[in-house]
Design a protein around this ligand. Structure first.
Ligand SMILES: [Mg+2]
Length: 408
């Protein structure tokens, strides 16, 4: 068996960092990205805001209470998706095997890259510096032989740091951590573990499997006991080999507002679309799923014209949501793409295929990012320009009273 070496690279406070980068007046201020309506939630919080106890998924009302001088910036998901594509382009220079988890984080398989890139720790230091040089964004990284340990390590290294966990250090790093840090342990499972007196990952590792099995059920017990002992056979699964691609979120509080749920779907759509584009694929099937507060799972599918455009996926998911409105508040929403395949050839009449539209979108974003929005005003491009300016902000996200960024 070839020894695994996996890096998890994660941009720090991604949305908030992009907004602060793009508007220097925000530097040093407690900034969150999210809506301003009474039911909005925080999508991302800067480290300054976190000092007040503000964190993502927190209701905006509560965040404002904790930090009255909070600066709330409406999200620009399409813009973040464009920044994300440049981030992933850099990641691709360091490994041929990249598995994107979301717009701002990915696993890289580093096994066998040493001959080309030098020692992995130094390579990751260079990667992080390159992200800083080219994107003006900080990221953190974890490196380990075990996949989920790499993810935990990047979290421990935040902000703007990196942590290598060699095999002989894995248990020493894992065991003092709270059980909630284990990958896949959500709020409910965490409560379950706590109720049995299991507070740290080490507590799980030290509990004998039959007891654990009685408490948690055989499947979960086996899985968690392995993880707690640093055993995780999962490798990096590059996006191009995926059969479907999805994203989902469990909310801190159950949601019923379709507009707020729609924002989650927009972000998920952009995440999935970015993964499709990186893998050179398009999708013609979109699945919406949601879980009611009582854990009833509802899934609905639809077929669309082949695309890798986030707005097309979002539109399909929102249409499904409106057609199949949740009868009660929901605790989770997710979107996934199935029926994946290569992009269809450009049609002979010259209408751009969905893939071409996407490439054009990415190119436009790159130019705008470099030279500002005024750089692009060719009539034929105005529609795309507007799409990025307007539909990125779902209805209900009012613009702040002050100009967002210098108008030069
Ligand atoms: Mg991040």
């Amino acid at each position: 068996m070839i020894a695994r070496l996996i890096a998890h690279v994660d941009l720090d406070a991604f949305y908030a960092s992009v907004e602060i980068r793009d508007d220097p007046r925000l530097a040093g201020r407690p900034v969150v990205v999210g809506g301003n309506s009474p039911r909005s939630v925080v999508a991302a919080a800067s480290y300054e805001a976190r000092r007040y106890g503000v964190h993502s998924a927190m209701p905006m009302v509560r965040a404002r209470k904790l930090c009255p001088e909070l600066v709330v910036i409406p999200p620009r998901i399409g813009h973040y998706a464009a920044v994300s594509e440049r981030f992933f382009a850099i990641l691709g220079e360091y490994s041929p095997l990249v598995e994107g988890l979301s717009l701002d984080e990915a696993f890289l398989d580093l096994a066998g890259t040493e001959r080309l890139l030098g020692p992995p720790e130094a390579a990751i230091t260079r990667l992080r510096q390159q992200v800083k040089d080219e994107l003006s964004l900080a990221c953190s990284a974890g490196i380990a032989g075990v996949k989920f340990v790499a993810k935990i390590a990047s979290d421990l290294a935040k902000p703007d740091g990196q942590l290598f966990v060699p095999a002989e250090r894995v248990l020493a790093v894992l065991h003092p951590l709270p059980v909630g840090r284990l990958w896949g342990v959500g709020k409910k499972r965490e409560q379950d573990l706590l109720s049995h007196g299991l507070r740290t990952i080490g507590d799980i590792a030290r509990t004998d499997p039959p007891t654990l099995s009685r408490w948690l059920g055989a499947e979960a017990a086996r899985h968690l006991h392995e993880l707690a002992n640093g055993i995780d056979e999962r490798g990096v699964v590059p996006d191009r080999e995926a059969k479907s691609m999805g994203a989902e979120e469990t909310f801190e509080h159950d949601l019923s507002d379709l507009e707020v749920i729609g924002l989650y779907l927009l972000e998920q759509a952009e995440r999935v679309a970015a993964r499709l584009r990186r893998a050179g694929l398009v999708t013609s099937g979109v699945t919406l799923k949601y879980k009611l507060a009582d854990f009833t799972l509802v899934t609905r599918q639809t077929t669309i014209a082949p695309t890798s455009d986030g707005r097309a996926l979002h539109a399909a998911a929102v249409a499904l949501l409106q057609r199949h409105r949740p009868p009660r508040p929901i605790r989770l929403v997710g979107l996934s793409a199935h029926k994946l395949g290569p992009p269809p050839p450009v049609d002979l009449l010259g209408a751009p295929s969905a893939a071409r539209t996407d490439r054009l979108n990415a190119a436009l974003d790159a130019i705008r990012q470099k030279h500002g929005h005024a750089a692009l005003k060719r009539a034929g491009l105005l529609a795309l320009d507007r799409a990025h300016d307007a539909t990125d902000r779902p209805a209900g996200y009012e613009t702040p009273d002050k100009p967002r960024r210098p108008t030069s």
